[in-house]
Design a protein. Sequence first.
Length: 635
Amino acid sequence: MFTHRYTFRACKQFSELQEGPSMLYNKHSFHHHACKLKGAQSVFSDTPWSHPHGGNKISKLLEAQSGFSNAPWSHPHGGKDNSKFPQALSRFSNTPWFHPHGGKRFSQLHGIPSTFNNTPWSCPHGPAKKFDGNQSASFSVFSRKPTPPPKVESDEVVSLPFFDDTLLLANNVITHMYVYDTVLDAEKLSDSLERLAQRPGWRKMSARVRKNGKGKLEFHIPTEFSETRPAISTTHVKHTTSIADHPIASRFPKPSTTPAVVATTEDFEPLLDESDCPKKLDDYLYKDRSVFGLHIYSFNDATILITHVNHSGLDGIARKDIMDAWLLMLQGREHEILSPCDFHEDPFIGLGKDVSATHRLAERKLSTFALLQWVRKNILDLAWRTPETRLVCLPSGFVEKQRNAAMKELAATQTGSEKPFVSDGDIIIAWLAKAGLSHLPPTSTRNVTIASTFSCRNVLEGSYLPLGKPYLANCAAFFNTLLPVRDITGKSLAYTAQKAREALKEQSSLSQTEAYFAYVRQSTKNKLPPMFGDSNIISDPAVTVHFMILSNWTKANLYLIDFSAAAMTPTDKPVTARYMQAVQSPRKAMELFVIIGKDALGNYWLSGSRTKQNWDIIEAALKREDYLFENLPGA
């Protein structure tokens, strides 16, 4: 007898509960996990279930009354809403709920067909599928969690590199979505990626994430592949219509002519749900799923590629190395593919052990206690306020104009012999800093820490990494720009851009990188990155720091990846993405900004996760053409 809600993920018979009795001993584990509960009978009585949280109430679900009012329930979490359940409207949109955990979904709950077959959904976590014994995870009567797939004896078991073996990375799944206005050959795409993952040195892409007997993560890397156990977990959905006819995919934004917020990425997350993309560590531990995976949507005039990766396996530059090698496979240039660093060895096993220099920000490093206080504050903040991820387009010419003005200003104030320089990335960091502080009083003396990621590969090559070899793992650190609010909001972009450039130069040398990773080693068993701000943040409650986390992916040139070799109709023109987004799950960090990159038309695309209220301030400023946030209300 199955006793837990996970049975619904696998057992198709529960999708047929319209007339069947409940098979669960625990009525509360039944709650809202069977979608077609219209006539399902309670195991405790002969009366139908009345509500996902209603236990053994006696009214039918379609007419169930709220326990707190006389109005019908509109949703399992809806409380006193007034619309009937099958037609219930989401409190967050005008679209009907189709699932208790679905949020802004587009179909009605009762009787909705599965995306993958014609049977009704049996569970909030997936389509109704037959349990044929070949599923990755098995289910225990006495356990609340599925057990992992059986160990494959031929797999090669490899430990994670020291700095990759953290819950912070393992619990972070990064999903990229690329939209192409060209029909790509799905079979050619999947076959070439599959062959790449079977090459010597590249097999880490096929790794399965597992826990050993001590609870530590490890990679199980296949040495044998088959149709039932391919190197890369790949799925494909083919539509016979135009992308313009799809209710979600038709809404991808186009570049704006002025700086603007153009989309909310959560609006497109149903595409990720439909493609069964992993969202959390358990989606790897309890399935036979490769650490790097692919999903393809085919339309008759477009293609959407979705790649997903568990962050414990790869960082952004490693993903770019995979994309580059994939293109060479497609182009028949396999002989040009470089051999990666040996994944059996950890090149950073000694990094941070023998440090020759003190970190430049040592005096402003937060103590572990202060860091934990900041983490606690953010957890509470996230509990009350959900971040939204919105996409910003900075049109072609805008960044160039701001950079030219900054270079002119810096040249006029130059005092030394060194010629001043700021990059497009420095300008965008400064612009995002102004945008990200637009909700704070502009004259505030509160300190701001802008923690920006940078790849350490170049600086560590020769000392820790071999020259010229892709490193398929994580190799990144933060450089930190510390300034008061009033300096960022009250001074020019040139000022903040120059400070960001100086921080990068000062903190990215070999000795400073070693000092940084020494802090990581010394932190806790979870190897948390050091954070800098006010060292007396705890002793003086009046002192607070506003943290912004920023990641610049521009050097990966993700928008310029050319899939013309996979076009169904041969073309001499590049086939590059016209839209792209990245989603972090299962949790979104607050005040996290990403410079996604520069498209083929010269537009820069940015994303950020922050509260709706703070996003609305940015959006309002841009709509009134206050592109540098100089005339904010209350300023």
